[in-house]
Design a protein around this ligand. Structure first.
Ligand code: CMP
Length: 221
C-alpha cells in the first residue's frame, strides 16, 4: 500500500465526492488536512470482515467488491463499489467489527479518514451526516430488492434483473459498461457460474442481450 497526504490540492478532489456534497470550503479544507491518500493494487483486502474498525475509506479511482464468505470458501458479493463511493463507515457508526471484506477489484486510489477525524467531521458537518444517511437508505432499498428477487424469482429472472440494474443508456443503447464477469454475477445472485453462463447464452440466443468483446448490450424492445 502506498500512502501520502491529500494537502490543499485535495480540495478539488473532495468537491467531486458525493459524500461531501453541500460541505463549505473551510470545512472541506479541514477534511483535506486530515485525510490521507492511499494506492492499492488489485486483490488487496482493504477491509477484512471481523476486524476492529479504525478508519473509513473513499474510493477515488478504481472499483472494489464488498463480499462475505463462509468456512467452505463460498463467496457472496454484496456490492461492487465505483469511484466516489465510501465504505468502512458502518463499524465507525455502531462500534461493531467490520461487517464484510472490501477487496480491490482493480488498482484503486483511496482517501482514508481516521475514526476520530470521521466523528469530528460528522459533528461539524450536518451535510455529511445527511449524505451518509441517504447512502444507507439506498443500500437498504438495494438489499430489499435483492431479498425480493431471491425469494420470488428463478435464476433466469435474477440474472435479467441484475443486468438491467447494472446497465445504463450510452449512445442510444442500453449497455453494461462496467466490467462484470459471469463469476461476479453468480456471486451476486446466489447461483453457480455454470448456471449464469447457461442463462446468459439463453438470453443471447433469444436476442435479449448481445455480448460484444466483453460489452453487454441489452435489447430494449
Ligand atoms: P464496515 O462494516 O465498517 O466494513 C465493511 C464495509 O462494507 C461496511 O462498513 C460498509 O461500508 C460496506 N458494506 C457492507 N455491506 C454493504 C452493502 N450491502 N452495500 C455496500 N456496502 C456495504
Amino acid at each position: 500500500m502506498v500512502c501520502e497526504g491529500v494537502g490543499h490540492k485535495g480540495m478539488v478532489l473532495l468537491r467531486t465526492i458525493p459524500l461531501f456534497k453541500g460541505v463549505q470550503d473551510p470545512q472541506l479544507e479541514q477534511i483535506a488536512q486530515v485525510a490521507t491518500r492511499r494506492k492499492v493494487v488489485r486483490g488487496t483486502v482493504i477491509v477484512r470482515a471481523g476486524d476492529d474498525t479504525d478508519s473509513m475509506y473513499i474510493l477515488v479511482n478504481g472499483s472494489a467488491r464488498v463480499m462475505n464468505s463462509d468456512e467452505e470458501g463460498r463467496e457472496v458479493i454484496l456490492s461492487i463499489l465505483g469511484p466516489g463511493s465510501f465504505f468502512g463507515e458502518m463499524g465507525l457508526i455502531d462500534g461493531s467489527p467490520r461487517s464484510a471484506d472490501v477487496v480491490a477489484a482493480e488498482a484503486c486510489e483511496l482517501l482514508v479518514i481516521s475514526k476520530a477525524d470521521f466523528k469530528r467531521c460528522l459533528q461539524e458537518n450536518f451535510e455529511v451526516g445527511l449524505n451518509i444517511m441517504k447512502c444507507l437508505v439506498e443500500r437498504l432499498r438495494d438489499a430489499d430488492r435483492k431479498i425480493e428477487s431471491l425469494a420470488l424469482m428463478d435464476v433466469y429472472g435474477r440474472v435479467a434483473k441484475l443486468l438491467l440494474e447494472f446497465s445504463e443508456i450510452h449512445e442510444g443503447q442500453r449497455v453494461i459498461r462496467r466490467k462484470l464477469t459471469k463469476q461476479d454475477i453468480a456471486k451476486m445472485i446466489g447461483a453457480s457460474r455454470e448456471m449464469v453462463s447457461r442463462v446468459m447464452k439463453g438470453l443471447e440466443t433469444s436476442g435479449y442481450i448481445q455480448v460484444d468483446d466483453g460489452l453487454i448490450i441489452l435489447d430494449e424492445g
